[in-house]
Design a protein around this ligand. Structure first.
Ligand code: ATP
Ligand code: MG
Length: 553
């Protein structure tokens, strides 16, 4: 896909929208009502951002609404910490569920009544087979399943047992309620799926009221129906569950049933998008929490310095497809660069400082140089940057014995200091013991001041710098991918060197009043943000959001 064929959310269109438009035209539905249904068993990741974006912006496009519904039917794995983080992430992305915040658990009574109805109509039965036996009886893709010996219990017996399951008379795992569909169906999902299981576990909203919990495949279509959802958008792994989704709605005689539509999950190279695997990284201490700036979670991306605009732009550009594919992470990086390019000031920061003394510059003199905040966006105005006799430059911008094409600073050579003067390196000072270069003695040419119209001679290199007495000390964290693809390996490999911390960086004083979350371009280095968690007034911490250009091949 061309990266610059940008369309707005209003104009965008995909096969799901085609279905919706046909439904509206034919009067199947007279409005559009979608939902984002996360299970609160972890923090949301970039894949969920895609689903949030798709559900909310599709509703917006057709002047409909979108619900936020917590799919909280499995109390053993769920936690209120996750609920709070999910709400925060959806809001941060800029979407609004207004007063439509729901929980599948608020439908437990209704789901139970519907189960009674299914039993009464002979469409569900209590099975005493163990989990292992049920699996055995289920058959395989090539062989039909076998009917359980309990399948033909009378309605009365089923009712009695189910009510006693609900009343807590039986231990976990001893019985289940199953839909009575077809054990020889070619679709395994239709071979009498379990719809209720016994679990003596407290639930975060219903407490100890229930010791039976509905299964996802049963709870989901009914929750959609209760909320009046029209288009129930989900990912491809549920395609084979669609007949079951429809079976429940039909068996319960639900009018105007919702329609399930599947699309391909978003997968991004170098990113793991499975809550289970991400939880493992957190729990085993491979990262500094769910919001570690290297994590593909929404909270990690936020802390890294990604903006909602960039993430939504990425969702739009990756499109909505019916077949699987992996998106190159370079596209995500492109989106954040595009978003920050014209909005953020470009300043000078020296990450690995080397001291430079300009010997012919008057001691004690300070010049306030006029500098454009963003040469590509003049509306951002100008600022003053102090220049003085002692400055820092980037260690990597000096070489004692440079190769031919090195156009930065080296002994006897001249280079331009960005926004200031030409300087020439006259002397290299080394540590007596270690031999390490600790200082350069340079001279400057007052005639070469930037903006003065000097045309006397040209230099090939321009480097950035920060005045020693005015610069602000900061810690800078450089990130690499948490996972890398190794030649010949199917699975991604954990990158042990994904974090580099530089503690002695010097940044121009315009960052003195920077607040957590503020973003900058550091000239020649990339985009950076003030860390929202660890940065303090006395110890500024910056995260590198992304480098300036893609290092990706
Ligand atoms: P995970 O596999 O990471 O646990 P999940 O699908 O189990 O994800 P849910 O909380 O059930 O997580 O997901 C909520 C919604 O987000 C579902 O509708 C699901 O289809 C969608 N979703 C999850 N992962 C992706 C993805 N990678 N791309 C697009 N949508 C996704
Ligand atoms: Mg799930």
């Amino acid at each position: 896909m061309e990266v610059n064929d940008k369309v707005t959310s209003e104009e965008f269109s995909n096969f799901i929208h085609d279905i919706i438009e046909k439904d509206l035209e034919e009067g199947v539905y007279d409005k559009v009502h979608t939902r984002f249904p996360p299970e609160p068993n972890g923090y949301l990741h970039i894949g969920h951002a895609k689903s949030i974006w798709l559900n909310f912006s599709t509703a917006q496009k057709y002047k409909g609404v979108c619900n936020l519904r917590f799919d909280d039917t499995n109390p053993t794995k769920e936690d209120t910490e996750y609920i709070e983080s999910i709400k925060e992430d959806v809001k941060w992305l800029g979407f609004d569920w207004e007063d439509r915040l729901y929980y599948a658990s608020s439908y437990f009574d209704k789901l139970y009544e519907y189960a009674i109805q299914l039993i009464k109509e002979g469409k569900a039965y209590v099975d005493d087979l163990s989990a292992d036996e049920i699996r055995e009886y289920r058959g395989t893709l090539t062989e039909p399943g076998k009917e359980s010996p309990y399948r033909n219990r009378s309605v009365e017996e089923n009712l009695d047992l189910f009510i006693r399951m609900k009343n807590g008379e039986f231990p976990d795992g001893s019985r289940v309620l199953r839909a009575k569909i077809d054990m020889s169906s070619p679709n395994i999902n239709m071979r009498d799926p379990v719809i209720y299981r016994i679990s003596h576990t407290s639930h975060h909203t219903t407490g100890d009221k229930w010791c039976i919990y509905p299964m996802y495949d049963y709870a989901h279509p009914i929750s959609d129906a209760i909320e009046g959802i029209t288009h129930s958008i989900c990912t491809l792994e549920f395609e084979d569950h669609r007949p079951l989704y429809n079976w429940f709605l039909q068996a319960l005689n639900i009018k105007n049933p919702p329609k399930q539509i599947e699309f391909a999950r978003l997968e991004v190279s170098n990113m793991v998008t499975s809550k289970r695997k991400l939880r493992q990284l957190v729990e085993e201490g491979y990262v500094d929490g769910w919001d570690d700036p290297r994590m593909p979670t929404i909270s990690g991306l936020r802390r890294r310095g990604y903006t909602p605009e960039a993430i939504k732009d990425f969702c739009l550009r990756t499109g909505v497809a019916k077949s699987k594919g992996v998106v190159d992470i370079a596209l995500l990086e492109h989106c954040i660069r595009e978003d920050l390019k014209l909005k953020q000031p470009r300043i000078m920061a020296v990450l690995e400082p080397l001291k430079v003394v300009i010997t012919n510059y008057p001691e004690g003199q300070v010049e306030m140089l006029d500098v454009e905040n963003n040469p590509e966006n003049p509306e951002m105005g100008k600022r003053k940057v102090p220049f003085s006799r002692v400055i820092y430059i980037e260690r990597g911008d000096f070489m004692e014995n440079p190769p031919k094409k090195f156009f930065r600073l080296s002994p006897g050579k001249e280079v331009r200091l960005k926004n200031a003067y030409f300087i020439k390196c006259e002397e290299v000072i080394k540590d007596e013991k270690t031999g390490e270069i600790i200082e350069l003695r340079c001279t400057y040419d007052p005639a070469t001041k930037s903006g003065s119209g000097f045309t006397g001679r040209k230099v090939k290199g321009t480097i950035h710098w920060v005045s020693k007495d005015h610069g602000v000390k900061a810690e800078v964290r450089l990130y690499d991918y948490l996972f890398i693809k190794e030649e010949g390996k199917e699975e991604l490999t954990f990158n042990k060197n994904s974090l580099k911390v530089l503690k002695d960086c010097i940044i121009e004083p315009s960052v003195l009043n920077a607040k957590p979350g503020d973003k900058f371009q550091f000239l020649r280095q990339g985009y950076f943000t003030v860390d929202i968690k660890d940065s303090t007034k006395d110890n500024l911490v910056f995260n590198r959001i992304v480098s300036l250009r893609s290092s990706w091949k």
